[in-house]
Design a protein around this ligand. Structure first.
Ligand SMILES: C[S@@+](CC[C@H](N)C(=O)[O-])C[C@H]1O[C@@H](n2cnc3c(N)ncnc32)[C@H](O)[C@@H]1O
Length: 214
């Protein structure tokens, strides 16, 4: 994960970003760091609050997330759902299913968030075509496939967020090394030229692409 901004700036950002609903998110962070491999995959406070605030600004009816992990980002994104709105989150890892559903319940969101276990590539083609907001944050080699499957299912004006698009800064090296770096760079370049969307690459944490379907 890219150490950007530097640690002291990151701490300053955390101190000046509203923490909400503080207790359950802190509990998920503690659980993730104590019990789960690769805890650094969690969104964390500043990115979490960004997702929540953006969701509140967009007021989506339907949110799709690819890559639940321990449920942190799903709880953040769900903060902006309209009354009656729903968030569907997909993850291939069934080992975390009970813990994550427990967190959704504790957050009072068990009626609003559905966790579906399985490979996202199998599930997404079966979904309806009316998503307002999508967050792609799973296996990097399939990012392009997720983008191509999800974009036609977004409503015009809908927003797709793609996480880790700077890949620890490796995409900006003079010589690209590694399959994931090359795949992410190719996707960034493709989306930059994609006439179906407007986009901005935010140099935020590990890089976040914010995309609006025309
Ligand atoms: C970076 S973590 C997600 C972090 C989470 N969105 C958050 O911010 O807290 C990536 C997740 O993608 C899941 N994943 C990996 N391959 C997948 C696949 N083929 N289909 C669905 N989920 C997958 C992993 O199990 C992991 O939990």
């Amino acid at each position: 994960m890219l150490d950007f901004p530097p640690k002291n700036i990151q701490t300053y950002c955390e101190q000046h970003s509203e923490a909400f609903p503080a207790e359950i998110l802190k509990e998920i962070e503690r659980y993730t760091h104590l019990h789960v491999l690769m805890p650094q995959m969690i969104s964390g406070q500043v990115q979490g609050h960004f997702l929540a605030l953006l969701s509140k600004l967009l007021a989506p009816k339907k949110i799709l997330e690819v890559g639940t992990f321990t449920g942190y980002s799903a709880i953040c994104l769900a903060q902006g759902l309209q009354p009656g709105g729903r968030l569907l989150t997909l993850d291939i890892n069934e080992e975390l299913e009970d813990a994550v559903n427990g967190f959704f319940k504790k957050a009072g969101l068990e009626q609003k968030i559905e966790l579906r276990i399985g490979a996202a590539l199998d599930i997404i083609p079966e979904l309806s075509e009316d998503w307002d907001l999508a967050f792609i944050d799973a296996d990097k080699m399939n990012y392009d496939n997720y983008y191509e499957l999800i974009l036609p299912k977004m409503r015009p004006g809908g927003c797709i967020l793609i996480d880790n698009v700077l890949w620890s800064g490796k995409v900006a090296e003079p010589e690209l090394k590694g399959k994931k770096t090359i795949a992410i760079d190719a996707l960034n370049k493709k989306i930059m030229q994609d006439p179906r969307v407007e986009r901005v690459l935010l140099p935020f944490r590990d890089g976040m692409l914010m995309i609006r379907k025309k």
